[in-house]
Write a protein that binds this ligand. Sequence first.
Ligand code: ZN
Ligand code: ZN
Length: 422
Amino acid sequence: MEYTAAGASMCNPDMEFDRNVPRICGVCGDKATGFHFNAMTCEGCKGFFRRSMKRKAHFTCPFNGDCRITKDNRRHCQSCRLKRCIDIGMMKEFILTDEEVQRKRDMIMKRKEEEALKESMKPKMSEEQQKVINMLLEAHRKTFDTTYSDFNQFRPPVREKENPFRRITRSSSVNTQNYSSDSEAFNSSPEPSEYSFPSSLFGTYSSENSPFSNGSSELSMLPHVADLVSYSIQKVVGFAKMIPGFQDLIAEDQIALLKSSVIEVIMLRSNQSFNLEDMSWTCGSEEFKYKVDDVTQAGHNMELLEPLVKFQIGLKKLCLHEEEHVLLMAICILSPDRPGVQDKELVEAIQDRLSLVLQTYIMCKHPSPGSRLLYPKMIQKLADLRSLNEEHSKQYRNLSFLPENSMKLTPLVQETFGNEIS
Ligand SMILES: [Zn+2]
Ligand SMILES: [Zn+2]
């Protein structure tokens, strides 16, 4: 591919086969250093051509005028060497005049100076900012176990073989009522005519062939997922406590922030286990590999899961550094606009500081093109999380509305997301 100049191998049949091995001098066969005066040559032949042209030298071959030039004999016949230079496409027009050389040198110098200036103008991470990042990294590593070994202590996942939601299709009806599609599976009897509620009140989603056919009405994954969420809440709380500044807030504000952000942070942190290949959350073993299907068996429907998976894909594709990932979680928690926050100013000040660290980090440490618009893209993810949070709340309310479901939750989950029964 690099052989665009007159073929270096033209007169050397042995090299015909090595066309793909670039960097051979087209004149003498020595190791080439690049294109010089329009042909791939070694430094020696480059210098020879330049000198010859500048001197306007005329050489005469002492032999027959057809010397084969090699690395070892190239000094023996200047005439044939120069002829070879021209044969492979070297052009004197490509030789710079002394002024041009000087101009080029000046330009390189200027560019270097400009780069140095740019480098010196570049924002630098302050020691303080680096410290914030280190603390967040440590907080995250202490609260996110990448072996997922604790999952063994949860109530085990139970996956129904005949999942009624397996073929999920979007129906045209939109569920505007509080009766969730989650409850349809257990409220309903096998015969559609026996529904106790009009079918329009039931879910937006139903399986193609036999809607609501699951008479046994078990949300088989709910106990496991409830334990998983409960565990994650504890971890997020642990993480939040280690965010620099968080502990300066009054207890009420700490609780208000955590209550409203925890599900978003769980969604964020779960991105670490999200697998783009099969769109699952892969937490170690096959048993703890969660697909959309599994979460529907814990009572959530596609109104939440479809945008959630899209969110996970989008976030994964940002290829965040761990530093950015932990900053995003911290920024998410420290949002002054959460309901019930009293000292908004303090929360905002902490969030501003974290945002600045993130922006500085991206500018200093994230190479382009990945860094391009990365900060606004990350902020957009926070907006996406708000609507996911809202949808989750809605589905959680519907889910926990039924005592047979709420009894499978944990006290911490109920305390965090609300207890409809009480
Ligand atoms: Zn050469
Ligand atoms: Zn010769």
